[in-house]
Each structure stands twice: as C-alpha cells, then as structure tokens.
Design a protein around this ligand. Structure first.
Ligand code: AMP
Ligand code: MN
Ligand code: MN
Ligand code: MN
Length: 276
C-alpha cells in the first residue's frame, strides 16, 4: 500500500517546519506521497519539490483555500495544482490580503477581553510576512499562560463566537474551485466534520461543490472519529466525489496524527488519487 498524506502545513502558513524539514520528516516516517497545502499560499512548493527529489518521495503541489459559504468558513484543498498558474496566484494573494487587518482586529478584541499586546505577541510566531493566522495567536496565548494548549486557545478565545473571534469574508466556493481547476488541480472539501453544519446544509454544500467541479471529500482526518470516516465515505459516494486523507500536520506535538500515523481510507472507497 502506498502511503498518502494529502494535507500539511509549513512555515509558509501556520506550520512550524520549513517545507524542506516537513518533507524530510514525512519521508522518515514512511509517507510516500505528501501534499503541501499551506493556507491561501503556494510559496513553499518549489522548496518542497526540491526536498522531495532528495528524499525520494512524491510531493503533490497543493494549497488550502479559505472559503466563506453561507456565512460559515469552509476549507477547500487543491491538489496537483500548477503553482505557476496566474489565476490561482492572484486569487490566493487576494484571499491573503485581508489577513493583516483582521489580525489587528483580533488583537484589539483580545485587548478588550483583558489580554494586551496579543497582536505583537502573535507576530513573534509569524514565519512568513505574507501570512498571519489564528494559529499564531493561539501559540502566543499558550506561551503567555492564557490557554493550556492550542485547542484550548481556540475553545476559550479564538473560535467562532469567542472573545477574540473576528468574522471575516474569505473567497467564495465558486472562486476557490475555479482557481484550483484553472490551475489543473483537483478540489477537495477539507475536514467536513469540523463544520457546524446541519445535515441538510452539508448536503447542500456537497451538491453545490460537485456541481461547480469539485472532486473529493477529505474522509480520514484528525478532525474525525472512525465513525465519521465511514459516514463521510458514504456521503462522498452519494455525491459522486472521491475520498482524500491527510494529517493536517502543523508541527510535532500539535497534531493528533504525526506523519505515518494516518489510518487508511475505509475499504471500498474511491481514492482521489485513483487516476493519478
Ligand atoms: P485562520 O485561517 O487564521 O482562521 O486559522 C485557521 C487555523 O487555525 C486552522 O487551519 C487550524 O490550524 C487552526 N485551528 C482552527 N480551529 C482550531 C481548533 N479548534 N484547534 C486547533 N487549531 C485550530
Ligand atoms: Mn492551519
Ligand atoms: Mn483547514
Ligand atoms: Mn489544514
């Protein structure tokens, strides 16, 4: 069995390893096909491709696009994209452009909640001047003693409806799928179990996604229980989507699954890599 891991982050977004170190860790831990999928960003792909040639593994060029769909944030992974495509590049730059202003507002909101200088604190964790994310705030909140760990920081301060939460308009679903397809890639709905969507809304999302040219659903993810692997595999089949899997790795000790620890897709599913 080839071991695929089609979702990971480097220092070009909110991961803690450089693209080269990420590829090296994945290779050492038995991953054979790795996708680098930085949030709204493709700047790490060249370095990752070079590292993959060194390590003898296959690097899939990817990204994870932030989308606002009916008021909720949804993540759409693009796989096997052409990183030189101008439509994708311009689209991702536009999505990134609102992040700095949003980060200042998150800092203001946290100050109002009694945590001063969180913006400056988060900046100390930023590893690419092109991208600041809530994860950088979470790392600051943990270090400053306001949260036990990253997920506690989201639970208490950064998650939807919490004191440091600032609503934001990302790309539309149509734009995200359009950019990924323009760049020759396949579009995947990431970690569906993370969205607080009622079943009817989830079905509406998947139907619209498929009709716009979407390809796959991420079935095996640290955000899911084994019961959800089966549930999302069924939903994928019902909507004519293939299935993907990934650790959503951000750094050692930060993710439930490290590289090489991801369970296989449920038996009988059509993998997104079927036609690769
Ligand atoms: P942003 O794109 O700036 O809104 O940040 C989203 C990122 O925050 C995600 O990609 C995750 O890395 C992280 N994140 C969101 N929710 C949680 C959570 N509940 N626990 C841990 N990390 C989270
Ligand atoms: Mn992230
Ligand atoms: Mn995500
Ligand atoms: Mn991710």
């Amino acid at each position: 069995m080839t071991r695929y891991d089609l979702h990971s982050h480097s220092t070009c977004s909110d991961g803690v390893l450089t693209p080269s170190a990420l590829v090296q860790r994945a290779a050492e831990r038995g991953v054979q096909v790795l996708a680098l999928t930085d949030h709204d960003e493709i700047a790490g792909l060249n370095e990752a491709q070079a590292a993959a040639r060194e390590s003898g593994i296959t690097l899939v060029s990817g990204t994870e696009v932030s989308v606002t769909w009916q008021g909720d944030t949804i993540h759409v992974v693009g796989l096997r994209i052409d990183g030189a495509n101008p439509d994708l590049d311009a689209g991702l730059a536009a999505v990134r452009s609102g992040r700095d202003r949003r980060a200042r507002r998150i800092g203001d909101a946290l100050a109002a909640a009694g945590i001063p200088e969180a913006f400056e604190g988060a900046l100390a964790y930023v590893t690419s001047e092109r991208l600041v994310s809530r994860t950088h705030f979470a790392r600051f909140l943990v270090e400053a003693g306001h949260a036990r760990d990253i997920s506690d920081a989201f639970r208490r301060y950064l998650g939807s409806g919490k004191p440091g939460y600032v609503p934001h308009a990302w790309a539309s679903l149509q734009e995200a799928v359009g950019w990924i397809r323009a760049a020759g890639g396949q579009a995947v709905i990431a970690h569906p179990g993370r969205y607080k969507l009622a079943e009817a809304s989830m079905r509406e999302l998947l139907g619209e996604f498929r009709d716009r040219g979407g390809d796959a659903l991420e079935v095996v993810s640290p955000s899911h229980t084994p019961r959800q692997y089966a549930e999302y595999a069924r939903l994928a089949r019902a909507f004519g989507l293939t299935c993907s899997c990934g650790t959503d790795f951000h750094g050692p000790g930060e993710s439930r699954f490290d590289f090489g620890e991801l369970p296989e897709l449920p038996k009988g599913t059509e993998p997104v890599w079927r036609a690769w």
